[in-house]
Design a protein around this ligand. Structure first.
Ligand code: 13P
Length: 253
């Protein structure tokens, strides 16, 4: 059984004081563990330690990027072992903002996926097509290429660690959510692709999250799609006022 995962990507937001406020709010909203779901928060690197210390153990904490190198002379980079050492257990890989602004390609992301798993982290591998690609009818082709080039060559035991996130670029931060029909269709396609790469068992167990302008209003119908195993939330995860209803939608789905 795939548990629903409610994940928050804070992107490049929040100073220490804001993080402490968020932690205090979380404890106010959730006095006990929300049942039957996983919660994961992805702060900037600088917030990893504070979040790990301040949040209950059942909340997973992850980084938003990882170096493709193990260690050494790579000024400005953060390794998988450093992320794990901060108490975090996960990492976003291939978010569209990394692909777009930092020119991360599938080949590089393949190395990052592999190194994340070796470092004991759960990689959340993000895929998604642009508006132009969707309009040209290329959405499935783009997703297939991102999946194949990113994951091909990983061992079965590496692939089993992966969480996928489908985030159509045109839906991120725009207020445009993909329709639940489009999301279900793409998630089903993604699961078939994973089955083609790693077999039906890995595909059936792999969580596939949707991301792109998710709110408390849209989360319930998305989370009720059979192939949607959770949501990756940007803007609405920054405050508990908007994030708590999404967590609750996960519990109820
Ligand atoms: P928004 O929820 O702000 O659209 O961001 C989605 C996202 O990029 C999560 O990784």
């Amino acid at each position: 059984m795939r548990k629903k995962i409610i994940a928050g990507n804070w992107k490049m937001n929040k100073l220490e004081a804001d993080i402490q406020t968020w932690i205090a709010d979380f404890h106010q909203y959730f006095t006990g563990e929300p049942k039957g779901i996983r919660i994961a928060i992805f702060p900037p690197f600088t917030g990893l330690g504070s979040l790990r210390k301040g949040l209950p153990h059942y909340v997973e904490v992850g980084a938003q990027n990882v170096s493709e190198h193990l260690e050494g002379a790579y000024t400005g980079e953060i390794s998988a072992t450093m992320i794990a050492d901060s108490g975090a257990n996960a990492v976003l890989i291939g978010h569209s903002e990394r692909r777009q602004y930092h020119h991360e390609n599938n080949l590089l992301l393949h190395r990052k996926l592999s190194i994340a798993v070796q470092g004991g982290l759960t990689p959340y591998y993000c895929v998604g097509e642009s508006q132009a690609e969707r309009q040209a009818g290329d959405a499935e082709h783009v997703i297939r290429t991102q999946l194949r080039e990113g994951m091909i060559g990983l061992s079965l035991s590496e692939a089993e660690q992966i969480v996928l996130a489908y985030e159509p670029v045109w839906a991120i931060g725009t207020g445009l959510t993909a329709s639940k029909e489009d999301v279900q269709k793409m998630h089903h396609f993604i699961r078939q692709e994973v089955a083609g790469l790693f077999g039906i068992n890995v595909a059936e167990n792999m969580p596939i999250l949707y991301g792109g302008s998710v709110t408390g209003a849209t989360a319930p119908e998305l989370l009720n799609c059979p192939d949607v195993d959770g949501v990756l939330v940007g803007g609405a995860s920054l405050k508990l006022e908007t994030f708590a209803p999404i967590i609750n939608a996960g519990v109820e789905a």
